[in-house]
Design a protein around this ligand. Structure first.
Ligand SMILES: C[S@@+](CC[C@H](N)C(=O)[O-])C[C@H]1O[C@@H](n2cnc3c(N)ncnc32)[C@H](O)[C@@H]1O
Length: 265
């Protein structure tokens, strides 16, 4: 097995070209997040962990945005986003290959800060929420969507059955967030939560589609060489097929949504 350790952004970069086709659920989730922000004027938007730009695009469709800064350390994801920029000729868009904790954005410079399906990859989640909050002007809004605690038991159990490494099996407890946790993170960052909710869905996904999604969102944990699949990848794929019924692999998935406002001074 290829045991070389890759970071999450490196894994996303490697899989960037297949990301859009593999994560229809993430795209739809970004839409729901953006549709849940309060009506308002948000000309300056920051999208953290912007990836290939789905949440950004949803913001540009809903609001009258004039400048958007997208931050993501995965150059490969930003390249895919860059290729879409001509769809938004009236907006000044700047994409920066930076980590959330080191992003070069000025304090109070944005009317809205969004982060879709990325917080669970940030090592320091309370720190990241605080860093994003600093970028917000008083009265500005923040919208966060991430993996919610309580879902994916069937997937975790499958990984445990095949004795996948702890980086996989321990990932869920370490990175999923619950309503109370994000509420506490937002308040500690000086924000007032407006609306926090958990969505739990039962999905039935063909094993091949589930595997494609796994390679797109967790490629760094699979250790795949550039021209093939690691032994772990193949073991997971075989287990997914074995666990699937006639319509596919059945699993529950929780998404956590949070909308908050920075108080006016
Ligand atoms: C599942 S993708 C989501 C992309 C996009 N927001 C969407 O909704 O489709 C997660 C993104 O978070 C980025 N990411 C991971 N760690 C990060 C970090 N420390 N700082 C900023 N972004 C990070 C990854 O590179 C990846 O592009």
């Amino acid at each position: 097995m290829n045991t070389k350790t890759r970071s999450a952004p490196e894994g996303f970069s490697d899989a960037a070209e297949s990301y859009d086709a593999a994560v229809q659920h993430n795209i739809a989730g970004s839409e729901r997040l953006v549709m849940s922000l309060p009506e308002g004027d948000y000309p300056r938007v920051l999208d953290v962990g912007c990836g290939t730009g789905f949440a950004s695009a949803a913001m540009l469709r809903r609001f009258d945005v004039s400048t958007l800064v997208g931050v993501d350390p995965a150059e490969g994801m930003l390249e895919v986003f860059r290729a879409k920029l001509d769809r938004f000729p009236d907006v000044e868009i700047e994409l920066r290959a930076e980590d959330v904790m080191e992003m070069s954005v000025a304090d109070g410079a944005f009317d809205a800060v969004i982060s879709a399906m990325a917080l669970h990859w940030f090592p320091d989640k309370p720190g990241a929420v605080a860093r994003m909050s600093r970028a917000l002007r008083p009265g500005g809004v923040m919208g966060i969507l991430c993996v919610g605690r309580g879902g994916e038991d069937a997937w975790r159990e499958l990984l445990e059955r095949i004795e996948a490494p702890p980086a996989w099996t321990g990932w869920f407890a370490e990175n999923q967030r619950d309503v109370e946790e994000i509420d506490a993170d937002l308040r500690a960052a000086g924000l007032e939560p407006i609306d926090i909710w958990m969505e739990r869905r039962r999905r039935t996904t063909p094993a091949d589609a589930f595997m494609a999604r796994t390679r797109a969102v967790a490629g760094h944990l699979l250790g795949n060489p550039p021209d093939g699949f690691s032994e772990l990848d193949q073991r997971i794929e075989a287990a997914l097929h074995a666990a699937s019924g006639p319509d596919g692999f059945v699993y529950d998935y929780c998404k956590l949504f949070a909308v908050a406002r920075k108080p006016e001074k």
